[in-house]
Design a protein around this ligand. Structure first.
Ligand code: FE2
Ligand code: FE2
Length: 358
């Protein structure tokens, strides 16, 4: 396995969740006063339809284990190789950290704004993320590796993002999250014998929540079209490539997990890019040109630089530090090159909302 830290105890899992690596999920805070000024009036009809869906709450009782869950874990766990087990634990910790990241941010916004539309949306999204987080945490608890959300909130660094950065980042992570989960769900639907943990049985309705979260942010951006033009396009371009590259790097650090379910990490990631590109046509005027060979070439190079940087960081002394610094700069230079690849332009549709039909 290509990762520096192994997860053998609850302390290791907590440390992994707190870690502040370039590819690890972050916690965010924002400017609540600016958030208060957001208006969704131009999309009121679509907004109200979506609020009704949140209110109906189809997944109210969904995130509960069924009778066969524990036996399934026991049976499948015995067949997992140590390498796979480590990658799977890493996957659970990363997933939990991402779910908590959303949950904490959405809750903080809800508590600190008075704008009734934003407050209501944040209430629903935090509700969903809390369910997801607790479901994935219970899978970690089976291994004695449960993470205390309060401790994590106290110990993890928070990054300040202006509201527009929050919108770009959360929109993309909700949508790419949907694409990742649905792709895994469809694969295991076709090859149920490859399902090495019962948690994947919940992925379809889980990712429909993420899809809806993304729809909400899409509506906010469409209601405030200045967020989608002018110099903001440079920011959107940055966030798109950062989110795509982070996923690619992370997945190539745990290739065994994808292979276990019969997917090659590169093919899986490109399929996720294709799905995400289709979805984001609802509100982004530019799309990464994923078919351009230079796009993949640069992703491979970034992934290589990050892995070399990790290896250097694991060795002690000055050489380790210098090596890590060198590979960080090399990776950043490749990212700049990727940023220069022309984007595809996209004509926005009249209506924003889509169905999760993948
Ligand atoms: Fe979630
Ligand atoms: Fe979400």
């Amino acid at each position: 396995m290509k990762q520096a830290t192994m997860i053998n105890s609850a302390a290791d899992a907590a440390q992994k969740a707190v870690a502040d690596k370039i590819y690890s999920p972050r916690f965010y805070t924002t400017d609540f006063d600016a958030m208060d000024k957001i208006s969704i009036e131009p999309v009121r009809a679509e907004w109200d339809a979506m609020m009704a869906e949140y209110e109906a709450d189809d997944n109210r009782d969904y995130f509960r284990r069924d009778a066969s869950f524990a036996a399934e874990v026991r049976e499948l766990d015995a067949k997992m190789s140590p390498e796979m087990k480590q990658e799977f634990l890493d996957f659970l910790v990363t997933t939990l950290t991402s779910e908590l990241s959303g949950c904490i941010l959405y809750n903080d916004i809800k508590r600190n704004v008075s704008n009734p539309d934003i407050k209501r949306l944040m209430h629903y999204m935090a509700r969903d993320e809390a369910r997801h987080a607790s479901f994935v945490n219970s899978a970690l608890k089976d291994y004695g590796l449960g993470i205390n959300a309060g401790d994590l909130k106290r110990n993890k660094k928070f990054t300040f993002f202006k509201p527009k950065y929050v919108f770009y980042a959360t929109y993309l992570s909700e949508k790419i999250g949907y694409a990742r989960y649905i792709k895994i769900f469809r694969q295991l639907e076709a090859y149920p014998e490859k399902r090495f943990h019962p948690v994947f049985r919940w992925f379809q309705r889980w990712c429909n929540d993420e899809f809806r979260h993304g729809e909400s942010i899409a509506l906010i951006m469409r209601a405030n079209p200045e967020l989608l033009k002018g110099p903001n396009l440079l920011l959107i371009r940055f966030f798109l490539l950062a989110v795509y590259a982070t996923m690619y790097v992370r997945d190539h650090m745990r290739p065994a997990l994808k292979r276990a379910i019969g997917l090659n990490p590169t093919d899986y990631d490109f399929e996720v890019f294709r799905i995400t590109n289709e979805i984001i046509k609802q509100c982004l005027p530019i799309l990464p040109d994923i078919e351009n060979p230079a796009f993949q070439r640069n992703l491979d190079r970034i992934s290589y630089c990050v892995q070399r940087g990790e290896r250097a960081a694991a060795s002690t002394g000055l050489f380790g530090k210098l090596g890590k610094a060198f590979w960080n700069v090399a990776g950043a230079a490749v990212f700049v090159r990727m940023y220069c690849i022309p984007m595809q332009s996209n004509q926005l549709p009249e209506f924003t909302l889509m169905q999760p039909s993948w």
